[in-house]
Design a protein around this ligand. Structure first.
Ligand code: UDP
Length: 327
């Protein structure tokens, strides 16, 4: 059993002492907000390689939040008594991990090992955020957790795909060997405020281009598909999974699928600009189809996404607009 402490100010709701890596990242910072709102205490770690202090600036004076600049791939002192360890640290956009292949492999391997060791020492719950990239360019569609994937082990994306597959294997090894209560989330494309406008991913890139009235850069012929989950839905899924008894990987993502060309047209309609595309070559190993089968998450976590693409994108635009500089 996870040790549960009672916090009177939360009228009997339990609160936990939690360690979160990647706390200054896009999803990590939103998860910290949620954990704090639930009454828990959070020590957030981040080396700020791809994360940003701006994402957690509002937490600077929070009494239950502490931030440490720390590369979790290196050995570090985390001498606290933690009830839960949540490992989110990793470059996650293709542009970031293609530019940082060694660091990406290190955080999935050494970083995961270091975080698992903290969990083992404290007998804490452990959550790993893995990825839909674990399925590679999938031969099964939609992807369910039982599908083993189609990954190029030496391709450009392998630093991320194989890194996360290793992290999953290591997490399962700790569960089987030490009886650690581990959970693994396979996160599908997620978007929302605090993404970096220039991180190269399709949502910020298309929004940035449309708001500047520039042509949107569609890679390949745009027939490849993705499905987009708003960050608050993702955080709800991660929190439920963290508290669950589910030990095997679970897909978290939005099953509404569209082609990238359709998505480009949708963004242009939403931002009120005529659709104009600049076609560019499809990056190597870019998955042709991606859509999560979320039956398992529905059944075992009672979770499914609720935020519509339109509502989610409007909130994301609200966040980006004041941060854009128009010359
Ligand atoms: N994409 C695109 N134009 C861009 C950026 C991305 O057409 O400017 C495509 C990319 O080739 C991929 C999809 O959009 O098929 C999603 O890319 P993203 O980088 O957001 O994440 P991925 O799903 O590949 O991890």
């Amino acid at each position: 059993m996870t040790r549960i402490r009672y916090n009177e100010s939360f009228s009997g709701r339990f609160y936990l002492n939690l360690l979160v890596s990647g706390a200054a990242g896009f999803i990590g910072s939103h998860l910290c907000d949620r954990l704090l709102a639930e009454g828990h205490s959070v020590l957030g770690l981040d080396n700020l390689l791809t994360g940003s202090r701006d994402n957690i600036a509002h937490l600077e004076r929070h009494s239950r939040f502490e931030f440490r600049r720390q590369d979790v791939s290196k050995s570090f002192d985390a001498s606290g008594d933690f009830d839960g360890v949540l490992h989110l640290a990793s470059p996650a956009s293709p542009k970031d991990y293609l530019g940082l292949p060694v660091e990406t492999l290190e955080v999935s391997s050494c970083g995961t090992r270091n975080m698992l060791e903290v969990a083992r020492r404290c007998n804490a719950r452990f959550l790993l955020t893995s990825t839909s990239e674990a399925y590679g360019d999938p031969a099964e569609h939609p992807q369910s957790e039982s599908y083993w994937g189609n990954v190029n082990p030496v391709g450009l994306r392998s630093c991320y795909d194989e890194g996360k597959r290793f992290a999953e294997a290591l997490t399962m090894a700790y569960h089987r060997t030490f009886g650690l209560r581990t959970s693994i989330a396979r996160i599908f494309n997620t978007y929302g405020p605090r993404m970096k406008l220039k991180d190269g991913r399709v949502v910020p890139t298309f929004l940035d281009q449309a708001l500047r009235r520039q042509p949107v850069t569609v890679f390949g012929d745009g027939t490849q598909t993705r499905s987009f989950c708003y960050v608050s839905d993702m955080v709800e899924g991660l929190y439920r999974l963290f508290l669950s008894e589910e030990r095997y990987p679970i897909n978290l993502g939005n099953p509404v699928e569209m082609s990238i060309r359709e998505f480009a047209e949708y963004i242009c309609r939403l931002t009120g600009v005529p659709f104009k595309a600049e076609y560019k070559p499809l990056p190597a190993d870019d998955p042709k189809k991606r859509r999560p089968n979320i039956s398992k998450a529905r059944k075992s976590l009672g979770w499914e996404p609720h935020v519509s693409l339109e509502d989610g994108l409007r909130k994301t635009i609200e966040y980006f607009r004041p941060r854009m500089t128009f010359i």
